[in-house]
Design a protein around this ligand. Structure first.
Ligand code: PGA
Ligand code: ZN
Length: 413
């Protein structure tokens, strides 16, 4: 069925029932700053409904094309089911049936099998060794395409890498979030939130965002760089205007080249406790990315999101060329659970990290929390300490940590 995501746009929920009566469902998220080569999210294009964003065609594809084909198959055959849907679609980018339709089914199948087998989803997907709770990279300040403010960089994350457990880590950064609100208020800045629940104030520069976050960390009683470090997702594709030009709207920025951005990043990494930087350059700027990684890759995690789109074809190129040292992982960028697992495996084999992620348009589905846990990536981002579609994932991880008791692990790297 068609449901609404956290931005009020239509998305897909898929219901599934196994022959023994087990039934469940899964809901699909949706991005805003999407990579050019992501699998296609099928939308109706009928301007009379939701401005063209309806997903009734994708729903019909699940009901009329996919479901009849899967009838009689075994839910534990995840890879076979996923392959069947890929073949049914027949296109390179899932544009015929829609990656939203296919992923909804893929996730529902995995969840149904875990319920049937009576084991938690993270254990079904990750095995008995899945006991490392990912560090929550909390996006407490939003900019770019996720907010209507003056900040170009999309996400500023507080990363509680020095906490003793997930539960404590979450507390560190949630407290920082509340202190940050107070600081913004004191300065007469907006405390309204962006799409991922972080504050979206109009600041004078991107650098001011980092400085105020550091201030909030300290005021909350934590040590920047020891208890809590900083991650950035520039989502640079969104301010790349072509011909080696990045057009930043903040006062001290203006037009910058790849080299300008890399120089600025080097300064920031030397000056601030930054441990992770995602999409510092645009999706087509492979050379810039490589240079960035050459100069900063031994100091921080360099994550490719729009450039790799969770696709093994691009991740493999990145590994060969030294483009980054980590890939963002989003299920709906590639469209099936088994292809996402393949992308993770490729990262792991290359000694890369893999950073698990929600989308800016989310639902309350918690699949991501179990998935990140199962893949043993060690960190995930699910937005801020506001908006329940963000917190359901963090809360699910608290539940898992409690369930695991002293078998649970929590560490950075
Ligand atoms: P998106 O943002 O879901 O809008 O693509 C998330 C990200 O860029 O990491
Ligand atoms: Zn990103």
């Amino acid at each position: 069925m068609e449901i609404l995501d956290s931005r009020g746009n239509p998305t897909i929920r898929v219901y599934i029932e196994l022959s023994d009566g087990t039934n469940t469902y899964a809901s699909v998220p949706s991005g805003a700053s999407t990579g050019e080569f992501e699998a296609v999210e099928l939308r109706d294009g009928d301007k009379k409904r939701y401005g063209g964003k309806g997903v009734l065609k994708a729903v019909a594809n699940v009901n009329d094309i996919i479901a009849p084909e899967l009838m009689g198959m075994h839910a534990h055959e995840q890879a076979i089911i996923d392959k069947k849907m890929i073949d049914l679609d027949g296109t390179e980018n899932k544009s015929k049936l829609g990656a939203n339709a296919i992923l909804g089914v893929s996730m529902a199948v995995a969840r149904a099998e875990s319920i049937f087998a009576n084991i938690p989803l993270y254990e079904y997907l990750g095995g008995a060794g899945a006991r490392r709770i990912p560090v929550p990279c909390m996006n407490i300040l939003n900019g770019g395409e996720h907010a209507d403010n003056s900040v170009d960089f999309q996400e500023f994350m507080a990363i509680p890498l020095g906490a003793p457990s997930f539960k404590e880590g979450l507390r560190y950064v949630a407290e920082t979030f509340h202190v940050l609100k107070g600081l913004l208020k004191e300065r007469g800045l907006s405390t309204g939130v962006g799409d991922e629940g972080g504050f979206a104030p109009n600041l004078a520069s991107n650098e001011e965002a980092i400085e105020i976050i550091i201030e909030a960390i300290e005021k909350a009683g934590y040590k920047p760089g020891k208890d809590i470090s900083i991650g950035i997702d520039s989502a640079a594709t969104s301010f790349y205007t072509g011909e080696n030009t990045y057009d930043l709207k903040w006062s001290k920025g203006g037009k910058m080249t790849s080299e300008d951005i890399i120089k600025l990043s080097e300064e920031w990494v030397a000056k601030y406790p930054i441990v992770l930087w995602e999409d510092p350059l645009a999706e087509n700027d492979w050379a810039g990315f490589k240079e960035f990684t050459k100069r900063l890759g031994d100091k921080i995690e360099v994550v490719g999101d729009d450039i790799f789109v969770t696709n093994t074809k691009y991740i493999l190129r990145g590994i060969k060329e030294g483009t980054a040292n980590s890939s963002l992982i989003k299920l709906n960028q590639i469209g099936t659970v088994s292809e996402t697992i393949e992308a993770v495996r490729m990262c792991r084999d290359a000694g890369w990290r893999h950073f698990h992620s929600h989308r800016s348009g989310e639902t309350t589905d918690t699949f991501l929390a179990d998935f990140a846990m199962a893949m043993d990536g060690g960190h995930l981002k699910s937005g801020s300490a506001s908006r329940s579609e963000r917190l359901t994932k963090y809360n699910r991880l608290m539940e898992i940590e409690q369930e695991l008791g002293d078998r649970a692990l929590y560490y950075w790297k």
